[in-house]
Design a protein around this ligand. Structure first.
Ligand SMILES: Cc1ncc(COP(=O)(O)O)c(C=O)c1O
Length: 409
C-alpha cells in the first residue's frame, strides 16, 4: 500500500487484488482461529487469530495508510480501542480528557479512575486557559475528542500537541466524528488516533468495531502487545465488513456533509432554535480552528431548541430520521444525548459539559436532503404547536423509563 496514493484511492483499493492463490478481486475472508507451524521453533507470521489475522491486517494497513500511522490495531469496539490506550497509563498518572466527551468514554475513564488505575481530570479543552492550567498538572496522557460528542466543540490540536511536547504527555485523538477523510491528527503531531469504526469508517451500521493507530512503530508494537495480552482485537468477519465499508468512505462522508450543511443552514434560520452547534457556522467559537485543522466540517450537528418546542414530541414525530444511538452510518439518526448517548454521565457532569435536556443530536445520512428537511420541519411544527398546549417547562428526561437513562451504547 503506497503512502503516496491519494486517500480516496487508498480507500477504494483497500485489499483489492491481494489474493495470490486465486486472484479474486475482492479479498478472501480468513476466519481460521489458528495457523499451522511448519516447525515448532519457527513462529509463522500468523499463529493464533487473537494476536493476528490476515483479514484484520488488511484493515489495519489501510487505516494506517489513511491516518499516516506506522502501526495499528483493530479492536472489537471503539470502547475497546480507548481502553487499550489506557493500558499505557499507570496508577498515580493523570489522564486529561474533554469534559464533554462521548458518554461511554466518560464512564470508562471515571470507572477505571475509581479503581485507582490512574487519575482523571475532565476539562474544557476548547478553552486555552483551562487547558494551560490542566497541563500544569503534568498529565501522562491527553485525550482529545474534536469535534466533541455531542456539542461539536473544537480543540486546537496543534496547541494541545505543543503543550504536551513541553510536559512529555502522549496525545491521543478520538477521530470518530470526522474520520481520516476530514481530519488527520497524526499529521498535526498527535501520537495516537483512536476510532470507533462503528461510525463513518464502516458506515453501514452493521459492525461494532474500533482502531488504535500509532505514529511511532515502537508505540504501535506496545499497543499490539497489550491488545494480544488483553484480547481486545477485532474479529475477522467484522474486519472484512469494515474494509468493505471503508472503500466508500469518501463519497459517503462528502455527500453526508453537504446534507448536514443544508440542514444546519435551515435550522439556524428558524426562530424556534436557540443554537445550532456545527463547526461550519462562522458563529461557532471553534470555526477558525476547525478550518485550519479539518478538511471539512462533517456530517454531525446538534441543536438546542427554545422553550416553546416540546423536544420529546419533536423526536416522537420524526420519521425519516431514526431515533437511535450511534452516528455516521448511511441512515440519518437523531438522539437526545441527555437520555441516550450521555445518560451514563451524572446530571451534574452533563450540566458542567453543557449537555441540556433540550439538546438534540443529528447524524446526516444519505437520504435526499429535501426529505430530511421536510421531516425535521414537520416534526418541529407539530412540537411547537403542541408545546404551547402542554404545561410549561423544559423536556424532562425523568419521563424516560429507568432503563433508558441507564443505557449508554
Ligand atoms: C466519539 C466516540 N468515541 C468512541 C465511541 C465508542 O465506540 P463503540 O460504540 O464502537 O464502542 C463512540 C460511540 O458512540 C463515540 O461517539
Amino acid at each position: 500500500m503506497s503512502r503516496r496514493q491519494n486517500r480516496e484511492t487508498i480507500c477504494a483499493s483497500a485489499a483489492v487484488g491481494v489474493d495470490a492463490a486465486h486472484h479474486s478481486v475482492a479479498p478472501p475472508l480468513h476466519l481460521s482461529a489458528n495457523y499451522a507451524w511448519s516447525d515448532p521453533c519457527q513462529k509463522p507470521q500468523y499463529d493464533y487469530a487473537r494476536s493476528g489475522n490476515p483479514t484484520r491486517s488488511q484493515l489495519e494497513e489501510a487505516l494506517c495508510a489513511l491516518e499516516g500511522a506506522a502501526k495499528g490495531v483493530v479492536t472489537a469496539s471503539g470502547m475497546a480501542a480507548l481502553d487499550l490506550v489506557l493500558c499505557l497509563v499507570a496508577p498515580g498518572e493523570l489522564v486529561l480528557a474533554p469534559h464533554d466527551c462521548y458518554g461511554g468514554t466518560h464512564r470508562l475513564l471515571t470507572a477505571r479512575a475509581k479503581r485507582g488505575q490512574f487519575d482523571v481530570a475532565f476539562v474544557d479543552q476548547s478553552n486555552p486557559e483551562t487547558l494551560d492550567a490542566a497541563f500544569r498538572r503534568a498529565p501522562k496522557l491527553v485525550l482529545i475528542e474534536t469535534p466533541s460528542n455531542p456539542l461539536l466543540r473544537i480543540s486546537d490540536i496543534r496547541s494541545c500537541v505543543a503543550l504536551a511536547r513541553k510536559t512529555g504527555a502522549l496525545v491521543v485523538a478520538d477521530n470518530t466524528f470526522l474520520s481520516p477523510a476530514l481530519q488527520r491528527p497524526l499529521e498535526l503531531g498527535c501520537d495516537i488516533v483512536v476510532h470507533s469504526t462503528t461510525k463513518f469508517i464502516n458506515g453501514h451500521s452493521d459492525v461494532v468495531g474500533g482502531a488504535v493507530l500509532a505514529r511511532d512503530a515502537a508505540l504501535g508494537e506496545e499497543l499490539a502487545w497489550w491488545a494480544n495480552c488483553t484480547g481486545v482485537t477485532g474479529a475477522p468477519f467484522d474486519s472484512f465488513l469494515t474494509l468493505r465499508g471503508l472503500r466508500t468512505l469518501f463519497p459517503r462522508i462528502e455527500r453526508q456533509q453537504l446534507t448536514a450543511q443544508a440542514l444546519v443552514d435551515a435550522l439556524a434560520a428558524d426562530d424556534r432554535v436557540e443554537t445550532v452547534f456545527y463547526p461550519g457556522l462562522s458563529s461557532h467559537p471553534g470555526h477558525e480552528i476547525a478550518r485550519s485543522q479539518q478538511a471539512g466540517f462533517g456530517a454531525m450537528f446538534s441543536v438546542e431548541f427554545k422553550e416553546g418546542v416540546e423536544v420529546l414530541r419533536l423526536l416522537r414525530s420524526i420519521n425519516v430520521f431514526t431515533i437511535a444511538e450511534s452516528l455516521g452510518g448511511f441512515e440519518s439518526l437523531v438522539c437526545l444525548p441527555a437520555a441516550m448517548t450521555h445518560a451514563s454521565m451524572d446530571a451534574e457532569a452533563r450540566r458542567i459539559a453543557g449537555i441540556s435536556e433540550r439538546l438534540v443530536r443529528f447524524s446526516a445520512g444519505l437520504e435526499h436532503e429535501q426529505d430530511l428537511l421536510r421531516d425535521i420541519f414537520t416534526a418541529l411544527d407539530s412540537a411547537s404547536e403542541i408545546g404551547a398546549a402542554l404545561p410549561a417547562g423544559p423536556a424532562n428526561i425523568s419521563k424516560f423509563p429507568k432503563q433508558a437513562a441507564d443505557i449508554c451504547a
